[in-house]
Design a protein around this ligand. Structure first.
Ligand SMILES: NC(=O)c1ccc[n+]([C@@H]2O[C@H](COP(=O)([O-])OP(=O)(O)OC[C@H]3O[C@@H](n4cnc5c(N)ncnc54)[C@H](O)[C@@H]3O)[C@@H](O)[C@H]2O)c1
Length: 330
């Protein structure tokens, strides 16, 4: 196979590593360069902290792990010179809206500094290198850029209106991606995922917390009786990202890639109760910090890319639990 290389920033992360394994498995690329600063945003001293990173990437010469920060110009310049990746997936960023001591400076490193650094150096190395063509720069944004969902099915043309730090920085990264890629004539795609869940997530998002609490027979606190999220199984997200990054229709476009159906935290809990009948939960008031969310429209991705998610939360939870059983989590 001709060398066809993908650079994945945040390649040891939950999404980045799953994407890398899928690109290799489907023979879309011959190698994946995984640039990662080995960072973590969760307090490792928490009693329920699990580090799944050793399970994410197996030792295999098709995966090349490069330690470093994606905002570091020297590191990124050297990587582009050395590997000349044709696909760049930029997932590296502070990945959560609510964490201890969050501030705009820290949240801007991955979303702003790294985004402009990657695009600038990509353009520079391309200009020096004969026959180096870049197929796509993919920026990972978030549904948090919409702020409160004001309509039933949030589509991509709804104006961004982030209401907290994380969503604001994610949106700034979108603007940088669009502006710089247009200026340098680099084909780009922006992905807006939401509530991604599945094997090896270790960022203590609501799905991981609920599943682990159900297993440990600890009480689940549901913040908001009607609180809905568009829970997206990791495999569906990766399918959508790959379609968006390879299809012509994905060029210079933005896509919601989710399940396309908001489901309540209560529904999620009730599905878990079928597996863990002793599960106990309590409904408390919603956390006003978070934007009011629900369903993201995936009509655009479905029409332009042929994206079709396969995992309802029933199916996703089943597969996630089988994985946890397989690794003797319970
Ligand atoms: N998981 C979700 O539900 C979700 C939803 C919407 C958007 N996203 C976005 O998807 C991306 C990936 O999220 P994830 O869930 O895989 O998170 P993750 O924490 O599992 O992965 C992020 C990885 O990036 C690395 N990293 C962070 N900053 C870096 C930097 N400056 N340089 C190099 N490496 C860096 C971390 O070490 C980590 O391995 C993020 O940009 C996040 O904002 C995720």
């Amino acid at each position: 196979m001709k060398k066809n290389i993908a650079l994945i920033t945040g390649g040891l992360g939950f999404i980045g590593s799953t994407l890398a394994k899928t690109l290799i498995k489907r023979k879309i690329v011959s190698n994946c360069i995984l640039l990662d600063n080995f960072g973590s945003f969760i307090n490792p001293l928490k009693t329920n902290y699990n580090d799944y990173r050793q399970r994410r990437i197996i030792s295999d010469k098709r995966f090349i792990i490069e330690r470093g920060d994606a905002s570091n110009s020297q590191i990124v310049l050297n990587l582009f010179k050395k590997y000349k990746p044709t696909l760049v997936y930029h997932t590296a960023a502070l990945p959560l809206a609510k964490i201890e001591n969050l501030n705009a400076t820290e949240a801007s490193i991955g979303s702003i500094d790294a985004t402009k650094n990657l695009i600038e150096n990509l353009n520079f190395v391309r200009s020096l290198t004969k026959n180096y063509s870049i197929k796509r720069f993919v920026y990972f944004s978030s549904s948090m850029i919409y702020g409160d969902f004001k309509i039933k099915n949030i589509h991509e043309n709804i104006e961004a209106n982030p209401k907290e730090i994380y969503g604001t920085m994610k949106y700034a990264g979108e603007v940088i991606t669009k502006g710089l890629c247009n200026y340098y004539n680099i084909p780009y795609t922006t992905i807006r995922p939401s509530a991604v869940y599945g094997p090896t997530d270790m960022n203590q998002r609501v799905s991981q917390i609920f599943i682990e609490k159900a297993i440990k027979e600890e009480k689940i606190l549901i913040q908001g009786k009607d609180e809905k999220l568009d829970f997206t199984y990791i495999k569906d997200l990766v399918d959508g990202v790959i379609l968006a990054s390879l299809k012509k229709n994905g060029v210079n476009n933005t896509f919601n890639i989710t399940n396309g159906k908001g489901r309540s935290l209560l529904e999620f809990t009730k599905i878990l109760k079928k597996y863990f009948p002793k599960l106990n939960y309590k409904i408390t008031s919603r956390d006003n910090f978070r934007p009011k969310r629900g369903t993201l429209s995936i009509l655009k991705a479905s029409k332009l890319l042929g994206y079709k998610p396969k995992y309802s939360i029933e199916k996703g939870i089943k597969e996630y639990l089988s994985y946890l059983k397989e690794i003797n989590f319970y």
